[in-house]
Design a protein around this ligand. Sequence first.
Ligand code: RB5
Length: 151
Amino acid sequence: MHSPFDLSKPIAIGSDHAGFDYKEQLISFLDGKGLPYKDFGTYSKDSVDYPDYAHPVATAVENGEAAFGILLCGTANGVAITANKHQHIRAALCWGEEIAKLTREHNDANIICIPARFVREGVAERMVQIFMTTGFEGGRHLNRVNKIACA
Ligand code: RB5
């Protein structure tokens, strides 16, 4: 499988309780493909606070320890808002295949944020497959991406 990411590194994955079931499904999907991953939790459906999982995933991606990141919560807004506080993170809220493709092509997103309560069964896996195999287009989009950081 061709990927713009270095898939010899683990994929960082994390969720809160609302994203737990889809996180487990995505881990099975990654296992099935023989892809390494690091599961940052949560590890049950007990109620937790999404920043406690989004920050470690974002840090792993930011530090280059992870190839890219996958975050899930109920709406994906909580994890996306949190992850995007990190300077080198471009965390994209994705709810369909086309958005997952476009955020790689146009935004060079390095974390995909999935709203577990708003995507149908199977869509999460298809979005991750598209996200990890789609390259950044560069060109005019590079100029824009270069203007995102505040510092
Ligand atoms: C949890 O109930 C929910 O608030 C959380 O998963 C997420 O949707 C927050 O943005």
